[in-house]
Design a protein around this ligand. Structure first.
Ligand SMILES: Cc1cc2nc3c(=O)[nH]c(=O)nc-3n(C[C@H](O)[C@H](O)[C@H](O)COP(=O)(O)OP(=O)(O)OC[C@H]3O[C@@H](n4cnc5c(N)ncnc54)[C@H](O)[C@@H]3O)c2cc1C
Length: 325
């Protein structure tokens, strides 16, 4: 049986693996088959991860994290976890192709997925004008004209934040009223750089190598129009990847895995969670990495305490005495 299994290969999973491996726990990291490396595999330049003053491409950063985790003895398996059994002392993790694994502890670092519009050119132009994260990419849109899609708090927050960089920010919304809280709406309405495009949905993202414009459809008349922009921020929600743990782990109202305070401890002993799957707010590579650190340290502490109990149990003491004779 293994000491620790880490599920997920984003910044949280690999950082947890680096710490666990350096603590001698020989972690197994189940990295997913086609989505190994996490969300940063979908982006180009990352300029805000500490230690890279020149910036680094997202996939290159993830390769470095994997290399560092493997260097200290992490075993990385490119497979998807299909089910887990988390109650009891032995955690059972089943994968698509590589069989079933058992461990004394598990760290969930399965991340979260930004909701997509589902348009054909969305993926192709991701990192080339299409973004899901203003904090990550706003800086690249200095003096540009951009659009934000969405009508909730996060769309208003992204739009308002983006006016620090962009010359003009259109907010494209399917209806003529917003879901966002009044205070967030008022802030956006008062901002001179923000213009609302009501009753409209994006049906096309145009541009060869970078976003050059959007095709909009009026949701009442069906008429189409063009909106020339150099960037599109999709702010229509985010889904923590928790399908494996429904009915096993407690979740928060935001749908993230619930943890105890600043720790990574879930409601089940020996089960820890880190990164965007526990974070409805910050969702950055550096915060995910920090959270992975916390999870590895919590797991280390848990395993050490288990060893202590085992060592001190009367049955174990008796067995030790017999063995010593
Ligand atoms: C386009 C884009 C650009 C971004 N740019 C930046 C940026 O410039 N700077 C920044 O700080 N942040 C950026 N972010 C945010 C950053 O990527 C995330 O905050 C960070 O990746 C979260 O790390 P994580 O380890 O929690 O999860 P993730 O990176 O999402 O990794 C989770 C991993 O778990 C795997 N997984 C899920 N379920 C299973 C399963 N059942 N079995 C096995 N594996 C599974 C997934 O496939 C994935 O590999 C960006 C995000 C996006 C989408």
């Amino acid at each position: 049986m293994r000491e620790i299994i880490i599920i997920g290969s984003g910044p949280a999973g690999f950082t947890a693996a680096i710490y666990a491996a350096r603590a001698g726990l020989k972690p197994l990291l189940l990295a997913s088959s086609v989505e190994a490396g996490g969300e940063l595999m979908n982006t180009t330049e990352v300029e805000n991860f500490p230690g890279f003053p020149e910036g680094i491409q997202g996939p290159a950063l993830m390769m470095k994290l994997q290399e560092q985790a493997e260097k200290f003895g992490t075993e990385v398996v490119l497979d998807d976890v299909t089910s887990v059994k988390l109650d009891g002392d032995v955690k059972v993790v089943e994968t698509g192709y590589s069989g079933t694994f058992e461990a004394r502890s598990v760290i969930f670092a399965t991340g979260s997925a930004y909701r997509k519009l589902g348009l054909p050119d969305e993926e192709r132009l991701s990192g080339r004008g299409v973004s899901w994260c203003a904090t990550c990419d706003g800086f690249f849109f200095k003096t540009k004209t951009i659009a934000v899609v969405g009508g909730g708090d996060s769309a208003m927050e992204e739009a308002t934040f983006l006016t620090r960089f962009a010359e003009k920010v259109y907010v494209v919304h399917r209806k003529d009223t917003l879901r966002a809280s009044k205070i967030m709406q008022d802030r956006a309405f008062l901002n001179d750089k923000i213009e609302f495009v009501w009753n409209s949905e994006v049906v096309g993202i145009n541009g060869e190598n970078a976003v050059e414009g959007l095709t909009l459809r009026d949701t009442r008349t069906g008429l189409q129009s063009e909106l020339p922009v150099q960037g599109l921020f999709v702010a229509i929600g985010n889904d923590p990847r928790v399908h494996l743990v429904h009915n096993q782990l407690d979740l928060t109202a935001d749908g993230t895995i619930a943890v105890d305070g600043r720790s990574s401890r879930t409601n089940l002993p020996g089960v820890f969670a880190a990164g965007d799957v526990i974070d409805a707010h910050y969702r950055q590579a550096a915060t995910a990495a920090a959270s992975g650190t916390v999870a590895a340290l919590d797991a280390e502490e848990y395993l050490a305490a288990l060893d202590q109990v085992e060592h001190e149990s009367p049955a174990k003491l008796a067995a030790d005495l017999v063995a010593a004779e």
